[in-house]
Design a protein around this ligand. Structure first.
Ligand code: SF4
Length: 371
């Protein structure tokens, strides 16, 4: 599988917990970004001429891609098609949306240009929690956006929703109520992520000052109870944070976890080809200078994977997924495997090792031990 990722680093407003390199940008910058993206695309596709017609998935993420109006979006679609990206090979074209910019204009235009999957960042159905973490939308806006996307499923459009847990002031009941509400909706896919607070964010500062508090002791209960709710309602966990109705898994993300190849465009977007992972400068200003200098390869952040690095990736990426990793391809200590299988945290089926039960919560520790 070969994937293409496009990163749009702008948001209506920067959320208090966000430590991605994103900007709340004026129109002038959006137009400049599109011009720079066209240059980067031209140069990257020139380096990998065989790839353009072979992409099977495109994922347009951010940031908030829906912040671009239809006219600006079309510049990106036109760039893709003019480089010969083969629509006929595309199995999945996903686009991230946030409720405040999920307009009919944006969505219809995206569908006309081949987008067939939308991922909506709702994060919580509790108004006070959205406000605590500084989201730009209200619950009402989220519900309108969700209802609109649901109405498109009859046209073959897949709908995914993102929620968050472990938010400041969020009780276990708050989160489980959100999930109980969401699983009844006619959607295809749910992702839920536990908040990790970065100290360099507005939220990190509020927590340091004692204005807000995150009770990490609730993390495991929220996750494990949350999994039960979604799995009892027809969604299957295929990755630690991702749950899908049958056949509705994200192909693009699965390709990451399977260590398939992909190219990335935009500030900080990652690529993986051969045994090399590389990514462009992350901050918008540095990315702009890099593109203006014709994207010099020597300025890329590069990681050439050796045998040990490949083994490490195979274990941790494999264990993130319900299907686990293949014991015939990845060697691990039999005594360590036994230790975790005896504890009921790992299981071995058909020569594949995967997490089970509370093992999902201890994934990092188990991976470290196996390594
Ligand atoms: S919407 Fe996402 S990318 Fe944008 S500021 Fe919020 S967390 Fe960051």
């Amino acid at each position: 599988m070969l994937g293409l990722y496009i990163h749009t680093p702008f948001c209506e407003k920067v959320c208090d917990y966000c430590d991605f390199s994103v900007l709340s940008a004026p129109d002038r910058l959006l137009d400049e970004y599109l011009e720079l993206l066209a240059v980067e695309m031209q140069l990257l596709f020139k380096r990998f001429p065989d790839f353009t017609q072979k992409f099977q998935t495109i994922y347009w993420g951010g940031g908030t891609p829906s912040i671009l109006n239809a006219k600006r979006q079309n510049k990106i679609f036109d760039m893709l098609w003019s480089h010969g990206v083969g629509v006929e090979n595309l199995k999945e074209f996903s686009m991230e949306l946030n409720p405040e910019s999920c307009s009919q204009e944006v969505v219809e235009n995206a569908i006309q240009n081949g987008v067939n999957r939308f991922s909506l960042g709702i994060q919580s159905f509790k108004e006070h929690l959205l406000q605590k973490v500084g989201r730009a939308h209200s619950v009402k806006t989220a519900l309108v956006a969700l209802e609109y996307l649901e109405s498109l499923r009859s046209q073959g459009i897949s709908v995914s929703v993102d929620l968050m847990f472990n938010l400041p002031g969020q009780s276990v009941e708050d989160f489980l109520e959100d999930l109980e509400f969401l699983v009844k909706k006619p959607i295809d896919h749910i992702s839920f992520y536990g908040l990790t607070v970065a100290s360099n964010t507005a939220l990190g500062t509020k927590i340091k000052r004692g204005e807000l508090f995150v009770d990490d002791n609730l993390y495991a209960e929220m996750y494990l109870q949350g999994v039960k709710i979604v799995e009892n309602n027809g969604f299957k966990r295929y990755e630690t944070s991702n749950f899908a109705k049958i056949g509705k898994e994200s192909l693009h993300n699965q390709n990451y976890w399977d260590r398939g190849f992909y190219l990335g465009l935009g500030p900080g977007a990652h690529s993986f080809v051969g045994n090399t992972r590389f990514f462009a400068p992350e901050s918008y200003a540095q990315w702009r200078s890099w593109v203006q200098a014709d994207c010099p390869e020597k300025a890329l952040n590069k990681d050439e994977l050796d045998f040990e690095a490949i083994r490490t990736e195979s274990i941790w990426l494999g264990l993130r997924c319900s299907k686990g990793f293949d014991l015939q391809k990845v060697k691990v200590s039999a005594s360590k495997l036994k230790k975790w299988t005896d504890k009921g945290m790992l299981q071995i089926r058909n020569n594949r090792v995967s997490l089970r039960d509370e093992g999902w919560i201890l994934m990092d520790r188990i991976v470290q031990d196996l390594l």
